[in-house]
Design a protein around this ligand. Sequence first.
Ligand SMILES: [Zn+2]
Ligand SMILES: [Zn+2]
Length: 916
Amino acid sequence: MKKLTGNEIRQTFIDFFVEHGHTAVPSMSLVPGGDSTLLFTNSGMVQFKDVFIGTDKKPYTRAVDSQKCMRVAGKHNDLEDVGRDDTHHTFFEMLGNWSFGDYYKKEAIAWSWQLLTEVWGLPKDKLYATCFEDDKGDIPRDDEAADVWKGQPGFDPSHVLFFGRKENFWQMAEFGSCGPCSEIHLDLGEERDNLRGTPHKCGVNGECTRYLELWNNVFIQYNLFEDGRLEPLPAKHVDTGMGFERIVSVLQGVDSNYKTDLFTGSLDVLRSLTGHTEKEMLADFTPYRVICDHARSAAFLIADGVVPGNGGRNYVTRMIIRRAARFGTKIGLNEPFLAKVAEAVIAEYGNFYPELEKNKATILDNLTREEIRFARTVEAGTAHLENLLSELRASNSKTLDGHKAFDLYATYGLPFEISRDIAREQGLDVDEAGFNAAKEEHSKASGGGKAMGKMGGEDAEFFAGILKDLQAKKKLGANGVEYDPYNSPRVEGEVLALIVNGESVSSASLDDQVEVILPKTGFYIEAGGQVNDTGIIQGDDWQIEVTGIRRASAGVIVHIGEVISGHPKVGDKAIAEVDAARRHNIMRNHTATHLLHKALHEVLGDHARQAGSLVAPTHLRFDFTQPDAMTPEQIERVEKMVNDAIAEDMPVVKVTKSLDEAKKEGAMALFGEKYGEIVRTISIMESGSLLPADSKLSDFKKYSYELCGGTHLDRTSDIGAFIIVSEGSAAAGIRRIEAVTGRGAYELINKRFKTLKQAASALKSSVEEVPAKVDVLQDEISDLKKELANLRTQQAMSTFHLLLAELQKVKDANVLAAEIPNADADTLRALMDKFREKYPQNGVCVLVSVADGKSTLISTVTEDLVKRGLKAGDIIQSIGGKGGGRPNMAQGSLPDGTQVEDALGKVVKAVEAKLK
Ligand SMILES: [Zn+2]
Ligand SMILES: [Zn+2]
């Protein structure tokens, strides 16, 4: 059989399951959208978690994907093993097929057997299957799966093995969905046994490397309650995961993931840089493995918008780039080289993951910049660390204080992981908890470090119960509460449920904090940066002020508010009304955000991608990837482009369509954002106001095209005006623009105009004359400053002339050592020149001036005395000063607290000592 490439293996997996009725789903971003509990997407499960919890529904019941994963932080952290062995990665891909209440064990097992043995041709007699048998005896043995295995053509029934909870039972959390797993293992043969010849537990789930786990099939069939009760789920699911790099290594017959063709390009680039032969490389493979792994992770992270920085995800990107750079120095790579490796990564993966190609320039640029930043400080940092480590050894300790390690990071940019690498290379260690504590303190002190949010869906079960109840009473349909923020700012309906203090109640009282469920709502739920709507729900004799709204579980939307009059009761007629003026302001800011995004692309380039957004009633905030500060001209151009688009009165068209279709049409999708199969698209069309009335929208060109669930205006002119309030840095590599529109813009203009009028009145001028008046004032100030400086020099000169009379004779030299009040370095140098004019030979002059607590010290020695061994710099040193310069002229300062007179008193001695 022809050896498949890595890319072909991924594709055959996806094609196989598509042929069996699965929908091929793209990988979600490494930045999990809508899940603040996770730093990175770390398994295939993340994308479908909400489906299993029941808060999300998909239009398909079978899916197949290859998911990008990162395991570099938190519970799943493989960093320490990366590079040391052939199997660990920080970034990897997880192949998976999924059934959401559709097929079950029979199909899942048969298909995995078919794919492994028939499509990929693995030897049937070398494959083993594990099934679940409870070691505690509480949960029934999974004979169903075992029997299905025994029925597979060519499968050796004695190869079914049973294992307990640790190996073969899966739980999403302590309670909730769970079920048995069935893993497929491959016997690689005796020669791949790393413990061959020594007594050990040799077998599936044993101690050695002979048996390799290939694929895990999870069968989600129970709901586990807190009291230990286990109930079958009404809908059973299948969740499978197969490590992509691992299956590629098996199918390509190599003994290391790093020897698969996935890494060939990267390794070739590295070897061309180091000049190593393949044999030399394999003899010291660790640096190569670390660099390949980290360069690949960094490329994927940056493609998903995570640029190097100091906090959270950005820190991880920074850390792995710096770690790779350090391992580069171990194989002689001292110039930035990671961009070259990343190019190989993009060539290998860019076809399947187009975000890599799309962000190529940003990836390469960020890598090189980060390597340069690191190179500037790494030597000082490692030298400092070496000192700390030798102190540690001297004191017979093993572990470096975490606060000291943090100082190394804060001062020299040496990430914890690198300090630890270096310490461990010398048999020492670094205190990780202490480092994290110091980092936390620091980020609190600098106002950052937002805590990770609570896991969503905690009370989902409670609300699912309410939904069931309302559906049974026919108060709600199959889809639950109807959500229409686009067309229904005012909704009439019956109060279906009231929740106070987490309990369902039949009525609520004045001042109660209450959650309200109605059959339908027009309140927008915070998403895509656009904030929640607020408003009022009122009955005949009561009112609830709505301050928020949320999706509590699938099909359940609750209004959050406070009773401000009367006693609302379940069953009352109610009218729910969105605060229209506030919503209108929000819509202005949202439509303006799309125009801004477009303008940034035009002015800065396609790399200026959205990295965060806030659409509030008062203003909008937009973060985007961009390495440098925008120039005032660029800011002005962007502002003008947006205002031109407003003035052109462009129509805004909202259409829902399939995600695929929208992407094919080139709609802009945002990283970190989770999209359903059906998406809402917002097109802003190039102005049609002057076209004939019967022209169709399809006649127009799209000016901006985005996937967006937000609420938008019908025409851009409704924005009124757009003013950028500020442009600044949000994080390393990310800029932030804040802007106002409509009423906010009017208020800003009004405020600024008032300030300008005040300035004009203070300057006794008209508004138009303010700049000219200010220029005149500045000229006057600079003239006055010059005049003052002249006066000071003159004053110093006259002091100096008096001092010349006090010259001392030391041997045959004329020595002047004096303090000049109130003089700067320039003045002192001018005085030196005067001295040398007067004493072209046999002259030594040392002058000190103290101003604002800081001293300036200058000394000069004529050439003939220099030849006799007297140097200007030596004089500065010998009177206790710091500094240096040429032999005949040196400059420096006296340490704080030095008595000037004492220092000057030492000059004569210093001269005497040299002129023997
Ligand atoms: Zn063994
Ligand atoms: Zn939007």
